[in-house]
Design a protein around this ligand. Structure first.
Ligand code: NAG
Ligand code: NAG
Ligand code: NAG
Ligand code: ZN
Length: 956
């Protein structure tokens, strides 16, 4: 209540002022309901709960048992009282979720506390496929009146984090004693494993959690502050936690341990901001504490709703969990993260991990408002939760931690990732109907995170950052504690736009149409620009972009924010579109004159660009001779677009590699990032032709020479995190390709560590560990393995696993793969570790294949094949990508003997995919090599030669 009053008082005036604006385009739009579900989906809708009954309030009693009950170790008994109301007449059946071992008792009471008769024949039933518990009442429920549903049940903790629900993990404490802890991971549909509930985000309610456990388990935490303890018989204690705000079931959480403790805190806040973790990480979380403190302050201010006003009972805890299935999960008041991202020590952590930790903490904190205070109505709308959190994780973090240069990194992390994913025929729109658990899990992917974040950034540039901030506030204000959908969001955006009149620059532009298309249509456009230098006329055309050259385009038109700059008037700073292109083609004018023109400034728009050949030549010339005249994010865009144009056969391989020659003078991380991805893509296609691949590698290494020399092999005093990351990824790639100096320098550092005890600078550990193992022997391997076992730093341990996976020795590699079956490699690291073995070394697939054949059953169990992430499916399909034809045949023959392997179809599909990739390489490798040979001989490219090439190549 107090919360309601606060918001009403503080923001009532603002809400009134803008609430009166007529929203014609919003209304129009709302009538288009996306109810037209294809027939095949009708059955899947059966996974959704009816909305005839709603929960208001849960009182949950959980009794957790560790080893105490010999017959049922790691189990729990529960009882829950749920206050519910029927919302319509004639409700005779209450349907909710339950995915527990045993339902022991179900009762229903009315407002007076009297028991209500259930159907005597069939009082309750379960439907396992849908995780439904159906309670049948004798007489219809009276609508809008409270009843209390009482359920008693028993269930078992999952082992390890991968299957979510209530699960147990392990750690060692400061005395090196191994201990078990229990915690929860409910997002998106696993609260039903802990207690029967309406386990869909729209059913928001209040949760009161009470947990009993053996008295030694005193490291106990939940969403809210605890309100007291009670000592119980049998040496047990119960802790009661205060009521949560009205929220979705997936946000409930707790952690029960013997020795988890506060490892860093700032008590100047109310609630205090605390980092919680294993007792032997005390003092190692100051860095993430600073992240949490500053971002809490930032968001409190930005959204105009301070953290402490979200709800009086909520905590602001951040748990560092040794096991965690994802990177982090935004449970309200108590976020949990994989320990990897919480223990950041500049002396022990590689830069990419420190960098990621900053955006992760910020992402999870942003969820306190976007995701928890307001929540997507259903997982079809996950992008509203994840898109905003991802956007703020980069764009907002920049305000407090500018040294990380997050807005620049946004491009490779989100925009380019999305452009790559969203260009296939099988992509889906942001708003995409999902029903089954597998579909729900699948929608927590590139589209909901990367495309949504990119869409929001593009939209913010159109409406201005000020109006965007206003729309966020309006959206939160109008919907707090409620589930929301795309129409609520559009309404808030429209209100802010109208109030600020912020689209005045774009007469006739229909924002609702822009939003409808980008949210509800799949894919994105490629803009083709054809410049007449004599008149200055630029003809623009757009079509949906498909990476597959055989895919016919559609007639979908996307509203495109147009930004561009020209050589004579170069300005790469203005991100506000000069106009909105809402038609399939249009013409705009620049001053006459031959000069390069570049569209999509700083690659802020979610589209690709292609030009007439002459313009590409002019760009290429500038890249070679005056690279700094083009902004580094546009140099990165050009690399990213050129690879996509080449793959989609809009540009020849020869011309693409010609443009990319400028990389020989490039040192910028953002430019090299898509370049390394693109070169990896090409390399993977010619793996089966080792000699040709070697020639290609030599070319790539020659392009990298300048960057390697400039960056050096040690971090320099005062360099930016981005420069450190450039070194990290360039050296890792260069050493993989066998760059002699890289290998020598890395090996020397490994040797100096092993023999002289001089530790390796944390920022170059990746290339040093990997090279140490690749070039080393059993003694080196044992040394690193011992270090792995002794380390208290999850990040360093992961880098050591990556290193060990790169050993060339089949015997050592087999030992490494055996290690992945043991609990020493945490289940969330198993698939990564498997991939490291493949990535570390070209020939390693042979040993990996043998290991898979010998241990398939152990892999299936240890890697937790039935967890939502489907790690065994991924492992078996990744394997195919490293094989040549004879290995593929062998793999296929083996699969034919494994007829009941659940991953059979996926693995066979990957063999087909690998063959397609190989055949692309076989068909194109000579063109690739011819292109690099010819470019090697032309040290200086004159404009004349470029003109000559135009005629020869006739590239469009
Ligand atoms: C119905 O339940 C809600 C939630 O527990 C409570 O706030 C409300 O007071 C109850 N109504 C009545 C009439 O008891
Ligand atoms: C990091 O290493 C430097 C140099 O070896 C040392 O002075 C510093 O104390 C270390 N920092 C921590 C947190 O251990
Ligand atoms: C073939 O290439 C595509 C596109 O790069 C990739 O997604 C796929 O995983 C590759 N196939 C295999 C088996 O590696
Ligand atoms: Zn998130």
């Amino acid at each position: 209540m107090s919360k309601l009053l606060f918001v009403a008082l503080s923001f009532g005036l603002l809400a009134l002022a803008v609430g009166d604006q007529p929203l014609s385009s919003y209304r129009e739009f709302e009538e288009i309901e996306y109810e037209e579900v294809p027939a095949t989906r009708n059955d899947e809708r059966a996974y959704r709960l009816p909305t005839t009954v709603e929960p208001l309030d849960y009182d949950i009693y959980l009794d957790l048992f560790f080893g105490e009950r010999a017959d049922r170790p790691f189990s729990y008994d529960g009882s829950v009282d749920i206050v519910i109301q029927a919302k319509v007449e004639n409700v005779r059946q209450i349907v909710l979720h339950a995915n527990v071992d045993t339902i022991r008792d179900v009762k229903l009471k009315n407002l007076a506390g009297e028991e209500v008769n259930l159907n005597s024949q069939n009082p309750h039933e379960t439907e396992a496929l849908y995780h439904f518990l159906k309670v049948n009442v004798e007489n219809p429920l009276t609508p809008n009146v409270n009843y209390t549903l009482h359920i008693e049940y028993s269930s078992t903790m999952n082992e390890g984090p991968m299957k979510r629900g209530i699960w147990r993990g392990w750690y060692t404490d400061e005395n090196n004693v191994e201990r078990i802890y229990a915690t929860t991971h409910f997002q998106p549909y696993n609260a039903r494993q802990a207690f029967p509930c309406w386990d869909e985000p729209l059913f928001k309610a209040v949760f009161k959690v009470h947990i009993s456990r053996p008295s030694g388990y005193n490291g106990i935490f939940s969403n809210t502050r605890n309100t007291g303890y009670e000592t119980l018989p049998n040496d047990r204690v119960r802790t009661d936690f205060a009521a949560t705000p009205v929220m979705s079931s997936y946000l409930v959480t707790f952690l029960v341990s013997e020795t988890f403790t506060v490892i860093a805190e700032d008590t100047s806040f109310n609630p205090p901001i605390r980092i919680i973790g294993r007792s032997n990480t005390v003092g190692l979380a100051d860095h993430v504490l600073e992240l949490a403190v500053k971002m809490t302050e930032y968001f409190s201010n930005y959204f105009g709703i301070p953290y402490e006003k979200l709800h009086p009972n909520l905590l602001n805890d951040h748990v560092s969990s040794p096991d965690w299935a994802s990177a982090g999960t935004e449970n309200w008041g108590m976020v949990s993260y994989r320990e990897l991202y919480m223990i950041i020590d500049k002396n022990e952590t590689i830069m990419s991990n420190e960098h990621y930790a900053a955006t992760l903490v910020s992402h999870e904190l942003a969820h306190k408002w976007f995701g928890n205070l307001i929540t997507c109505y259903w997982w079809s709308n996950t992008w509203i939760n994840e898109g905003y959190a991802s956007y703020f994780g980069y764009m907002a973090t920049h305000a407090m931690f500018p040294e990380y240069e997050f807005p620049d990194h946004f491009n490779s992390r989100y925009l380019q990732t999305s452009l790559a994913f969203d260009s296939s025929i099988s992509t889906v729109p942001l708003n995409h109907e999902v029903n089954t658990p597998l579909q729900v899990t699948g929608h927590f992917g590139t589209i909901s995170y990367s495309k949504a974040a990119s869409f929001l950034r593009m939209t913010a540039n159109i409406m201005t950052l000020e109006t965007f901030q206003k729309s966020c506030k309006l959206f939160l204000l109008a919907n707090f504690y409620k589930p929301t959908n795309q129409f609520d969001l559009l309404q808030a955006m429209n209100e802010a736009i109208v109030e600020d009149n912020s689209l005045a620059n774009y007469p006739g532009f229909d924002f609702g149409e822009y939003y409808k298309i980008w949210v509800n249509e799949p894919g994105y456009p490629i803009l083709t620009v054809d410049i007449n230098y004599e008149t200055g006329q630029m003809e623009l055309k757009q079509e949906r972009f498909f990476l597959n050259p055989d895919q016919k385009t559609t007639d979908q038109v996307y509203p495109i924010p147009i930004t561009y700059t020209t050589s004579t008037n170069a300005d790469f700073s203005n991100l506000r579109p000069s106009q909105m292109m809402t038609t399939a083609s249009t013409t705009i004018e620049k001053p006459a004159g031959e000069e390069w023109v570049i569209f999509n400034i700083q690659q802020q728009g979610h589209y690709r660009v292609n030009y007439n050949h002459r313009n590409w030549e002019l760009i290429s010339d500038a890249l070679l001779n005056q690279p700094d005249s083009i902004h580094y994010l546009n140099r990165a865009q050009i690399v990213d677009d050129v690879f996509a144009l080449m793959r989609s056969e809009r540009m020849t391989i020869e011309f693409a590699l010609h443009i990319l020659k400028f990389l020989a003078k490039e040192t910028n991380h953002h430019v090299w990032d898509p370049a390394i991805s693109g070169f990896n893509w090409l390399r993977a296609r010619i793996r089966h032709l080792p000699e040709k691949q070697a020639e290609f590698d030599a070319h790539v290494l020659s392009l990298m020479e300048h960057a390697i020399t400039t960056l050096g092999f040690e971090p320099k005093e005062g360099e930016t995190p981005t420069v450190t990351m450039a070194r990290q990824s360039i050296l890792h790639f260069a050493c993989l390709l066998g760059h002699e100096k890289c290998v020598q320098e890395s090996w020397d550092r490994f040797y100096d560590w092993r023999v002289n005890g001089n530790s390796v600078n944390s920022r170059v550990r990746r290339n040093v560990y990997v090279t140490g193992m690749r070039e080393g022997d059993g003694e080196d391997f044992n040394f690193l393995l011992a270090k792995f076992r002794a380390s208290n730093y999850a990040n360093d341990q992961l880098e050591m696993l990556r290193g060990m996976g790169a050993t060339k020795d089949p015997e050592l590699l087999t030992r490494y793969l055996q290690l992945t079956l043991s609990k020493e490699v945490r289940s969330h690291d198993k698939l990564n570790s498997f991939n490291y073995a493949l990535l570390g070394n070209q020939e390693n697939y042979k040993t990996v294949m043998q290991f898979v054949k010998d241990n398939i059953n152990e892999i299936r169990t240890a890697y937790v094949e039935d967890s939502p992430a489907r790690p065994v499916h991924s492992a078996l399909s990744n394997l195919a990508g490293y094989m040549d034809e004879s290995a593929l045949e062998d793999y296929e023959a083996w699969l034919d003997t494994q007829s009941d392997l659940p991953q059979l179809a996926t693995a066979k599909g990957s063999i087909t995919s690998a063959r397609n990739n190989i055949s692309w390489g076989t068909a194109n490798v000579d063109k690739i090599l011819a292109a690099i040979r010819s470019s090697a001989t032309k040290t200086v490219t004159s404009l004349f030669m470029l003109v000559a090439m135009t005629v020869l190549l006739q590239v469009v």
